[in-house]
Design a protein around this ligand. Structure first.
Ligand code: FMN
Length: 372
């Protein structure tokens, strides 16, 4: 449940900057049920009504549970942004991002650095929950385990958020230092689930429907949040739905190359629609191509031409050269995709670790519309 919304199957598309726009969400929604979160929106840019940001808060008419992720470091600005979401009817659910490990964000005390400053974290979440309440908007948070193994925050932050009245807590079970490397620590998700009464959503390394079932069995979580696994594989949401409805004996969804090509073509069309013209739509689509074709035997020359595609007609022409009967490369199942970058020391503002109870709002920690 998210507020009074039953989420069935208990699956959430993770917010991914540059990916989970209205086009990608639609493609995924067509495959299966769940909650589909839009790209992260910066609170300050929202309250200042920056046109680019307002444009990103785009939902399709048939999105009946519009889920928006906000990033903020200032309790007042965050509350103002949540109020604006309620007043202007921009979304039905708000998630707050406390997981971004990008150095330019943590260096200023934002994203995954913030829960360490527990009083400030508590103020942001409390004020956001209060701002959301009159509109009946369920407010959730998404966080990491902590800054690094010596500075874990997730259980304490989860308890603070619960006390503040959040509808659920999602944990990406890595530290900021880990970025996207290594394996997510599902034991930490189990620990959080044990510690909290509010619903807990587990995130990290769900590549197949079967992984989601394993995570639920291992941790007892109320739902799963799926990020990189669906890159170039929107049908993962059909796979997840099959897993949750049929159980461990479900039949994995394994599209042949011809079906993949059809989905690629549709994805590009939706992006062209969303971004307004073929030039921008096709340019944005290029980043998805290698993910879609991962593991399929497609010649280097065709891959190269696809990676430069500039129009829908050209895309369909190139996709027509693929062998539609090529079976899905099962060796790719369960394999990481998307970002897997190496760990890196977390850059923090000076003195950040020394004073957990300092609740001064960090300077300059707002950012453009990007995240992680
Ligand atoms: C390209 C990309 C962009 C991301 N952007 C965001 C974001 O804006 N907000 C956020 O909370 N997490 C973001 N994440 C993190 C994911 O939501 C998710 O927590 C992470 O990928 C771990 O889940 P996974 O193992 O299923 O991929 C991003 C991840 C990727 C790969």
């Amino acid at each position: 449940m998210l507020g009074d919304r039953a989420v069935n199957p208990p699956v959430v598309l993770a917010p991914m900057a540059g990916i989970t726009n209205v086009a990608f969400r639609r493609l995924c929604r067509e495959q299966g049920g769940g909650v589909y979160v839009c790209e992260m929106i910066t609170t300050r840019a929202l309250v200042e009504r920056i046109p680019k940001t307002l444009k990103m808060v785009a939902f399709a008419e048939d999105e009946d549970f519009r889920s928006l992720q906000l990033y903020g470091v200032d309790p007042d600005v965050t509350a103002a942004a949540v109020r604006m979401v309620g007043e202007d009817g921009l979304a039905d659910h708000v998630d707050l991002n406390f997981g971004c490990p990008v150095p330019k964000v943590t260096r200023r005390g934002g994203g995954s650095a913030l829960p360490w400053r527990r009083k400030l974290f508590g103020r942001i979440v409390r004020q956001a929950v209060e701002a959301a309440r009159p509109y009946g908007i369920p407010l959730t948070i998404k966080m990491r385990k902590g800054i690094d193994d010596d500075h874990l925050t997730y259980v304490e932050a989860g308890l603070i958020a619960q006390e503040a009245g959040v509808a659920a807590v999602a944990l990406h079970a890595r530290t900021a230092e880990q970025r996207y490397s290594g394996q997510a620590d599902w034991d930490a998700i189990a620990t959080l689930k044990q510690a909290l009464d509010v619903p807990v959503l587990g995130n990290g390394d769900i590549w197949e429907g079967s992984d989601a079932l394993r995570m639920v069995a291992h941790t007892g979580v109320d739902g799963v949040v799926v990020g990189r696994g669906c890159l170039g594989r929107p049908w993962l949401f059909a796979d997840l739905e099959a897993a949750f409805t049929q159980g461990a004996d479900y039949k994995p969804v394994l599209p042949m190359l011809g079906e993949v090509a059809k989905i690629m073509s549709r994805h590009a069309e939706l992006l062209v629609d969303a971004l307004g013209d073929e030039k921008h739509g096709c340019a944005d689509f290029r980043k998805h191509i290698a993910w879609y074709l991962k593991g399929f035997p497609v010649g280097g020359e065709l891959r190269r031409r696809l990676s430069m595609v500039a129009s829908l007609a050209e895309l369909d022409d190139l996709l027509g050269k693929l062998d539609p009967g090529e079976p899905f490369p099962v060796s790719e199942l369960g394999q990481p995709r998307g970002r897997v970058n190496a760990p890196g020391k977390v850059t923090l503002p000076q003195g950040w670790l020394d004073s957990r109870d300092d609740d001064t709002v960090p300077e300059g920690a707002e950012m453009e519309n990007s995240g992680g």
